[in-house]
Design a protein around this ligand. Structure first.
Ligand code: NAP
Length: 468
């Protein structure tokens, strides 16, 4: 009998009843072979065909929306309103990336030299393995930005479905398979693998027919897979978007009012703070520490608490708070609901923060750390401990004139002025990534049209003038 996995509903505090078969050695082999033969045959390299497929996929997703919502909510404990936002974003990504893929397939850069003609164009990198995130089952999941970006670039994709939302992942895979079949496209264009542990994902990544990998999740998971990709006989690019503390720096010249603290507190607590851009670190002028702490605490206390995605994530969050608390005391607001993440805040001096490595890592949940600074130069030392970040946010006037601006720029993928880092717009001008450890390749974004460049490679064709 096939081995199976099941999922958990934190809102209902119960196991979901459906079971999903995990892949065998043979089925994984067949899926990699399928992806490889699609790439070899170039059957997925027709941009018009891809656009037709994506149009049908959009309709199919709309058609299955209600059923998808039921599974999504029961597996992630995220709300129906959040489903709507994520569903819309998943469709938006399909539309934008599909167009972008079409544009790149036509894009040529050429030059006529006295004795030769050079033409550069962009081709699909080859079969891609995608490891989706737990916290965005749609937007960063099985049919999320990485998968759709790779497909739009003309690459076949093998998705390692996230075990915490195996049902959502499986359902999206079934919908995609159905649309491929309707268009008489080979099933190897998109395949989906479920596993009980890490073996299947590692095996796919190590297969020499796979030419790139994309990942969203923890630093430990991302780095482990990155090393696999680098240590292959034929190393391949592995684009991992990992953890980030997303510092928020309140400048001395800021005259921020209640609205700012409200927005900041919401960014910490919404959906139990399970966002890669959650502000995990708030730096304030030391003389305003008590005032701002008071205001933030008020807002945190007022905000609702939310269930976490899964007991494992809840347990990791609890363990992290227990590790931090003896070093820097934590104030917690609980509503005594099983699996809800307690809203939590700690405060300390910059030196205490620097001396406590446990605080230098992302705490995935509704926790933030408030730090009083004496002068902005001190913050440079902080970046030396935390390294690269997805975002840095400034609250205040003309931050670009401060030296800290260039330090933050050196360490961040996105700078936010007088806003919050959460809410990553899917847009051509978005950069979602950053210096290590926030991602493994600082040059590329995992959100926005430019994200598909991860899955294309340039090639130059050179003719001698006599051949023309
Ligand atoms: P994760 O544990 O890193 O897992 C992401 C995906 O990679 C899953 O499919 C997982 O497999 C797989 N995986 C992880 N480590 C692996 C390894 N060593 N070898 C092969 N495959 C591996 O991330 P998560 O489950 O989404 O959340 C766990 C933690 O990640 C959170 O507590 C948080 O700290 C962090 N996180 C960060 C972000 C972000 O955007 N920065 C987003 C989500 C989570 P399984 O399905 O078998 O687990």
């Amino acid at each position: 009998m096939a081995e199976t996995i099941s999922t958990f509903n934190c809102s209902a505090d119960s196991k979901n009843t459906a079971y999903y078969a995990i892949d065998t050695h043979d089925s994984i082999e067949a899926k990699i072979t399928g992806a490889h033969s699609v790439h070899r045959s170039k059957s997925w390299q027709n941009p018009d065909l891809r656009r037709q497929f994506f149009s049908s996929l959009l309709l199919a997703l709309e058609h299955h929306k209600a059923a998808l919502k039921t599974i999504y909510c029961s597996e992630s404990s995220l709300s129906e309103a959040r489903f709507e936002r994520e569903f819309h974003r998943m469709l938006q990504q399909i539309i934008l990336y599909s167009n972008e893929g079409w544009l790149w397939s036509k894009h040529r850069e050429s030059v006529n030299l006295p004795d030769r003609f050079l033409e550069k164009h962009w081709i699909p990198i080859g079969p891609v393995v995608v490891f989706g995130a737990s916290n965005f089952p749609l937007a960063y999941g099985t049919l999320g930005g990485d998968t759709v970006g790779a497909l739009a670039a003309g690459c076949p994709v093998v998705v390692k479905g996230h075990s915490l939302h195996a049902g959502t992942s499986n359902f999206l895979a079934e919908i995609t398979a159905e649309v491929l079949a309707t268009h008489r496209l080979p099933s190897g264009v998109f395949s989906h693998v479920l596993d009980k542990g890490y073996e299947a994902g590692q095996r796919i990544l190590l297969d020499e027919r796979i030419k790139a990998g994309a990942f969203t999740g923890s630093i430990s998971g991302g780095m482990s897979l990155f090393k696999f990709a680098q240590n292959r006989k034929n190393p391949i690019p592995f684009f991992a978007e990992m953890g980030s503390l997303n510092p928020v720096i309140v400048l001395r010249n800021s005259n921020s009012g209640v609205e700012n603290w409200k927005n900041l507190a919401n960014a910490v607590t919404e959906d139990a703070g399970q966002f890669c851009t959650k502000p995990g670190l708030i730096l304030v002028p030391i003389e305003r520490l008590e005032e701002i702490k008071f205001k933030l605490r008020e807002e945190l206390e007022r905000n609702p608490s939310y269930p976490m995605l899964h007991p494992d994530i809840y347990n990791k969050y609890e363990a992290k708070l227990k590790e931090i608390d003896p070093i820097i005391p934590i104030l917690r607001y609980t509503n005594h609901t099983p699996w809800n993440g307690d809203r939590a805040i700690a405060s300390c001096t910059l030196q205490d923060f620097i001396d406590s490595p446990i605080l230098h890592e992302e705490v995935f949940g509704p926790f933030t750390c408030l730090i009083g600074y004496s002068n902005l130069e001190e913050i440079e030392r902080l970046y030396c401990c935390i390294g690269g970040q997805l975002t840095t946010t400034f609250i205040g006037i003309h931050p670009e004139k401060e030296r800290i601006w260039s330090i933050a720029q050196e360490h961040s993928g996105r700078l936010v002025v007088n806003g919050v880092p959460t809410g990553v717009e899917v847009n051509r001008n978005m950069h979602h990534g950053g210096p290590f450890p926030s991602s493994t390749d600082v040059r590329y974004t995992s959100v926005g049209e430019a994200s598909i460049l991860r899955f294309l490679r340039p090639i130059t064709v050179q003719f001698s003038s006599t051949d023309l």
